[in-house]
Ligand binder design. Structure first.
Ligand code: NM2
Length: 500
């Protein structure tokens, strides 16, 4: 399995190296095809899985405990690990400036730069990083945890979770293909996270120390991040990933509390409140809007891209959440995941985003011009450096961006090692060598793209392409999960017959 993945990564890298232009065109072509042809399917999958996941949480399956032990991790560590493994530096980048894009080019036929555009611009990021998005992790998490802790499966892999639906087809070659597609999905998803995070880190290094923001600097950033997350994954969940995530979440919280206190608090809370109303009012429209009449491309660039990105993480996050959820009930996993996920995204996006939107609207800093002329990372760092104690704020951003990337990739490397292990004892962990191997492999594709001058657009396109097979596996796992839970509850149901 490892060899096949390596060969495929090598082929992609070699293709990028030998004919950069042709390979870029090819990536764009496939990406556009997927966005336009399969886009609506992504929308349905994400909406239906949110509804299904709520159903599982409230149904008779909810109280089922995953494993018989008490909770392995405290509530804080569980929420911190779940949040940090999913979020890389994107929360600072998109959190601060995603609204700019919706403000300039709003969907739903809204007038650009209008009041309505501004309010929707503050709200859309809360939707794209909101309940539906977090929902895609939770059914796989339940499936993997149930299989491992209740049905005592020897392996912690993806193919086993497809077995209730695929039967013998999930064994042998079929099973290997499933695991390989899963590994590719992660590689693609993480690529975009690195592609966004490393320019942000290099922009903060430029601001703090005057280093020139060159591809070489970004390359070095990836190396530093790779070393940190490799060490963390090597030390395992309890001694590595948990500690790094706890530190990171505290830094993230300090950052948003500070930004809130320094910012225009009235504007921030009023816009947060307004956004909640707009979000609730428009939830289904936002979930299904494909713009069939004007074909503006907005749903493809945002809804479909984001859903593909979240789905590309879904299996890896499912495995990782399962790993840390031993001793919790299905209900606690589902509603805990939705609650902490949404709360985390909401606080970060609404505080950072509304802080910068307020600066724009009051004419303090022209963020829109900054993003269009100097690009996102430089604008974000420039904005934070102009805050009171700007130098310290940028330093905190530098550290939390590095840590955020590291806490995503350590859990990814760890789960990749879990999936490629033949067998893991119930209280054991995957081999350390395999963990290091996957950590290095994770950094290879984005590094290659960077060396060959690929843009973020290409990395994003690769994410969408590699997410497609993951999406198929995702649907299989969801159906398998329902099948597995119903079979189990039929066998274990208390006897219905009562004698009088
Ligand atoms: N998601 C969108 O850069 C980042 O924050 C990575 C990945 C959660 C799948 C986010």
């Amino acid at each position: 399995m490892i060899i096949i993945v390596l060969i495929l990564v090598f082929i992609v890298d070699a293709y990028l190296f030998i004919s950069p232009d042709q390979s870029k065109n090819m990536i764009d072509l496939i990406n556009n095809y997927i966005l336009n042809v399969f886009g609506f399917i992504y929308a349905w999958i994400v909406l239906l899985s949110l509804l299904l996941c709520i159903y599982i949480g409230v149904s008779r399956f909810g109280p089922i405990r995953l494993g018989e032990d008490k909770k392995e991790y405290s509530e804080f560590s569980w929420a911190a690990m779940m949040f940090c493994s999913s979020m890389a530096a994107g929360f600072i980048y998109w959190g601060s400036i995603e609204w700019v894009f919706h403000y300039m080019n709003p969907p739903y036929g809204i007038m650009p730069l209008s009041t309505e555009a501004t309010e929707f611009a503050a709200t859309l990021p809360l939707f794209y990083w909101g309940l539906s998005a977090w929902g895609v992790y939770l059914i796989p998490a339940v499936a993997f945890a149930f299989l491992r802790y209740n049905l005592k499966n020897e392996r912690f892999d993806v193919a086993s979770a497809c077995k209730p639906l695929l039967g013998k087809y999930a064994d042998g070659v079929g099973g290997k293909m499933i695991d390989i597609f899963f590994l590719f999905g992660i590689l693609g998803g993480i690529g975009t996270a690195l592609g966004i995070g490393s320019p942000l880190v290099s922009a903060s290094l430029h601001q703090l120390f005057g280093f020139n923001d060159t591809p070489m600097l970004r390359f070095l950033v990836i190396i530093v991040v790779t070393v940190i997350f490799t060490v963390s994954a090597y030390n395992g969940v309890k001694k590595g990933i948990r500690i790094l995530s706890n530190i990171n979440i505290v830094l993230m919280l300090l950052l948003i509390i500070y930004v809130f206190l320094v910012g225009n608090k009235g504007f921030i809370v009023n816009m947060q409140t307004t956004s909640m109303g707009i979000l609730i009012d428009n939830f289904f429209k936002m979930s299904t809007y494909m713009d069939p009449v004007n074909n503006s491309g907005d749903p493809q660039s945002w809804l479909v891209f984001y859903w593909a990105w979240w789905l590309s993480y879904s299996i890896f996050m499912g495995l990782f959440i399962a790993k840390i959820s031993r001793g919790r009930t299905i209900r606690q996993v589902i509603f805990g995941g939705l609650f902490y996920g949404f709360l985390g995204s909401f606080s970060m996006f609404s505080v950072l985003g509304n802080y910068s939107m307020d600066l724009q609207l009051r004419g303090v800093i022209d963020i829109v011009k900054g993003v269009t002329e100097n690009g996102g990372p430089a604008t974000v760092i420039d904005m934070f450096s102009k805050m009171p104690l700007g130098g310290i704020v940028v330093f905190v951003i530098l550290i939390t961006s590095i840590l955020s990337m590291a806490t995503s990739f350590d859990s990814a490397a760890y789960t990749m090692a879990m999936v490629s292990s033949k067998q893991i004892p119930l209280n054991g962990r995957p081999s350390r060598k395999l963990t290091i191997f996957w950590a290095v492999a994770l950094a290879a594709i984005p590094m290659a793209l960077m060396i060959f001058n690929g843009s973020l657009v290409q990395v994003q396109a690769l994410t969408v392409i590699l997410a497609l097979p993951t999406c198929v596996i995702y649907v299989i796992i969801v159906i398998s999960c329902l099948k597995m839970l119903s079979q189990w509850s039929v066998i274990n149901a208390p006897s219905q017959t009562t004698e009088k």
